[in-house]
Design a protein around this ligand. Structure first.
Ligand code: GTP
Ligand code: MG
Length: 312
């Protein structure tokens, strides 16, 4: 067994933090570690919190943490850093805001800045979630900015996705276009202290009538993170969705689909790693890039073919 996996099993939080660093850096023995970690999984409830930048996701999670802890559940938070690695502004902001929890051993908080890493943002986040699961947290909260494909990919690994919207921000259309409405199991109207709540709620109701054909009807909850309001209702709805997943075949179907997608992903990664290594090490192939008129389809097809033939 990987030494870090062993220490995680013994509930060593520093080992968990180190394992996530290893995951972020995509180091050599990551696969071995992940395989051990996978065998240790306990199946926490994975909850994704997504929404536009500044919607209040971090503030919300901060309050939700306190509420979840009051129910005597342990919780890990993975905040996928939305800002570029050059500024790091929101990361620092998040750290200070979440700081009040740092002394509680039932809470683990980790920011991830993994853009540009080999396995990609979604991969690293999923692996970090697994590591937290192996450690034995009851709940794992994941914060992502709902803007792109990698965020959508991350949401494919969670059980319950809460979409944070704010009144009068005009972000509904944006989010709709990005295909994020469809993945929401729960609509959270945060900043409900601001005007325009009724209008946003009506828009969401309308959306639900027209588009949503799933058996699960996403509830709409209102929260004011800055005043710690709505957390109980929010958590009740998350718990209801969890029950729905377990009591119907929806949960099993969702997990089967997730497993399939993940295996496909891993195959893609593994093959790419192998093929790429060969191309990188091959002087002749590298020289081919000098001819900028070269047909990329032709090159790709030939090299993949070469690589496959080599294995025979
Ligand atoms: N009025 C009001 N402001 C809020 C509420 N919740 C959060 N805010 C404010 O909104 C701003 C953004 O909050 P964050 O929690 O950082 O938002 P975020 O979605 O995590 O932002 P990013 O991580 O940068 O995408 C902060 O200034 C918060 O104080 C709320 O319920 N009402
Ligand atoms: Mg945030």
């Amino acid at each position: 067994m990987h030494p870090l996996a062993e220490r995680i099993q013994q509930r060593d939080m520093r080992a968990l933090a180190r394992a996530i660093t290893l995951i972020e850096n995509d180091s050599e023995d990551k696969l071995r570690l992940m395989s051990d970690i996978f065998s240790m999984k306990k199946r926490a409830h994975y909850v994704g919190i997504t929404g536009s930048p500044g919607a209040g996701k971090s503030s919300l999670i901060n309050q939700l943490l306190t509420y979840i802890r009051s129910l005597d559940l342990t919780v890990a938070v993975i905040a996928v850093d939305p800002t570029s690695p050059f500024s790091g502004g929101s990361l620092l902001g998040d750290r200070t805001r979440m700081n009040q929890h740092f002394m509680d051993p039932g809470i683990f908080i980790r920011s991830m800045a993994t853009r540009g890493s080999l396995g990609g943002l979604a991969r690293s986040t999923k692996d970090a979630i697994r590591a937290c699961d192996a450690y034995g947290f009851d709940v794992i909260l994941v914060e992502t900015v709902g803007v792109g494909q990698s965020e959508l990919d991350i949401m494919k690994v969670v059980d319950t996705t809460g979409l944070v919207l704010t009144p009068n921000s005009g972000d509904v259309l944006q989010i709709f276009k990005a295909g994020i409405m469809e993945i929401a199991d729960l609509f959270i109207i945060n900043k409900a202290d601001l005007p325009g709540v009724g209008k946003l709620k009506a828009t969401l109701e309308e959306y639900k009538m027209i588009v949503n054909k799933k058996r699960w009807q996403p509830p709409i909850v209102r929260t004011i993170s800055t005043e710690n309001k709505g957390m109980e209702e929010l958590w009740d709805n998350v718990a209801q969705h969890q029950s729905y997943l377990y009591e119907t075949d929806a949960g099993e179907a969702q997990r089967q689909e997730q497993l399939k997608l993940e295996v496909y992903d891993l195959i893609r990664e593994e093959l790419w790693r192998e093929v790429r290594r060969e191309i990188d090490d091959d002087q002749e192939k590298q020289t081919a890039f000098r001819n900028t008129e070269a047909d990329p389809y032709q090159l790709a097809r030939t090299w993949v073919q070469n690589w496959m033939n080599k294995g025979e």
